[in-house]
Design a protein around this ligand. Structure first.
Ligand SMILES: C[S@@+](CC[C@H](N)C(=O)[O-])C[C@H]1O[C@@H](n2cnc3c(N)ncnc32)[C@H](O)[C@@H]1O
Length: 397
């Protein structure tokens, strides 16, 4: 099989070049303001993805076949119907008044499937709130929701922040945590060495672009790295800390009075994430379905992600008293939520073939099935049967 083309081979058009130049001017100002140490990478990533009017998400990334990457709700409506079953279990436990809050709703593909499926099982939430950072994506979501039946669309409201307290319901996020800014670190000598220095990636300007450099990590971050990495971590080991993702989980968890936080993302438990052989970390960039490891290319035009360290996510929830209700792979989650039975038997052969391909993509270990994990953290509810009655990987966290 020919190897897939690398992202650097793709040509940019004039409007891309123009946008890149505006992002560059903005980023140059940020790097200059950061001083001699350069801009710490998580701040660079935040600007590249979210700077108003400039960042990748702020200007509305393309999802699906024509976009840069494809997510589970975009692969197939079957995904949303499975998530609806899990939500229905929790909404039933929580009683009237419970809500759903979807954070980072992308093109609106999930809400468009979830609400009709919940209506069909007579488990509609009182409200379906969406928290979306990107104004461009919020517009796409509004257009999508406008196509729903009136009794469904009138339940949807957009909000500007996480609830601070008193939330009763389910908070959902698919591929949200992996888009939050991460710190990139390296350990100069084996981590077990007394004098092992932990450094953070910083970004500096050059005549034509950006160049990476390393500066000593603040003591708190160095201590976290030493605590989380195994003693046999080799010298020159490089990886990431998803501190923004952990802070986000802690805030979301703190706002839940009764209910659950359900998160899907590419990622690993701690000992796999910081495995000695994963010595280049997990940072990846996507542009038109092509993958690159260079975050300094096409800044503002490409997605930048890191995988999620799920042990840290579970710990962040536990810090505010949330219990880990379930942790499994996407494949096991979907099978437990009834995915195979949702293939439409009345569909044409062509449609059934398409559904079969989608099931393969969502569940195959070589695709999203094993790499994507699902975690449920909750307070005052038990694990939803749909999704979490199959293989239980909580012991690995
Ligand atoms: C990779 S996309 C996933 C979109 C969608 N969930 C899907 O699966 O197709 C990440 C989404 O999270 C949004 N986002 C990122 N950080 C956010 C934050 N702190 N609050 C709300 N939305 C955020 C992005 O704008 C985008 O909609």
């Amino acid at each position: 099989m020919p190897s897939p083309p690398q992202a650097q081979e793709l040509q940019l058009d004039a409007s891309h070049r123009e946008h890149e130049a505006r992002v560059r001017a903005h980023m140059d100002a940020r790097i200059s303001a950061a001083g001699a140490d350069g801009l710490e990478f998580s701040r660079f990533m935040a600007e590249a993805l979210y700077a108003p009017g400039l960042g990748y998400y702020a200007t509305g990334p393309g999802f699906g076949e024509q976009g840069d990457f494809i997510t589970a709700p975009e692969v197939s409506p079957l995904f949303g119907r499975c998530v609806a079953q899990t939500c229905a279990d929790w909404l039933e436990q929580l009683g009237a008044g419970a809500e759903i809050l979807e954070v980072g709703a992308g093109s609106g593909a999930l809400v468009a499937e979830l609400l009709p499926a919940l209506a069909a099982s007579q488990r509609l939430p009182r409200a379906y709130r969406i928290l979306e950072l990107s104004p461009a994506l919020r517009e796409q979501q509004q257009a999508r929701v406008a196509q729903l039946a009136p009794e469904l669309r009138e339940r949807v409201r957009w909000c500007d922040d996480l609830p601070e307290a008193g939330f009763v319901g389910v908070i959902l996020g698919n591929e949200l945590l992996d888009s939050l800014p991460a710190h990139v670190f390296r350990c100069g000598t084996p981590i077990s060495g007394e004098e092992s220095e932990v450094q953070l990636l910083h970004v500096y300007r050059t005549e034509t672009g950006y160049t990476p450099g390393w500066a000593p990590a603040p003591p708190g971050i160095a201590a976290l790295v030493r605590e989380r990495l195994p003693a046999d971590t080799p010298a020159d080991y490089r990886s990431e800390l998803g501190l923004a993702a952990e802070a986000w989980v802690e805030r979301a968890a703190a706002g839940i009075d009764r209910g659950a936080l359900l998160l899907f993302d590419y990622g690993f438990v701690r000992r796999e994430f910081f495995h000695p052989q994963r010595n280049a970390g997990t940072l990846m960039c996507h542009f038109r379905h092509h993958v690159s490891a260079d975050p300094f290319d096409r800044v503002g035009l490409q997605d930048i992600t890191t995988h999620v360290e799920f042990t840290a996510v579970a710990e962040a929830g536990q810090r505010t008293g949330l219990e880990c209700l379930g942790f499994t792979s996407q494949a096991h989650y979907l099978i437990s939520a009834g995915l195979p039975g949702r293939i439409d038997a009345a569909a044409t052969t062509r449609e059934r073939l398409a559904q079969g391909r989608a099931v393969e993509l969502l569940t195959s270990p070589a695709e999203m099935g094993e790499l994507v994990k699902v975690i449920a953290l909750g307070r005052g509810v038990s694990a939803a049967r749909a999704g979490f009655s199959g293989r239980d990987f909580r012991g690995r966290l």
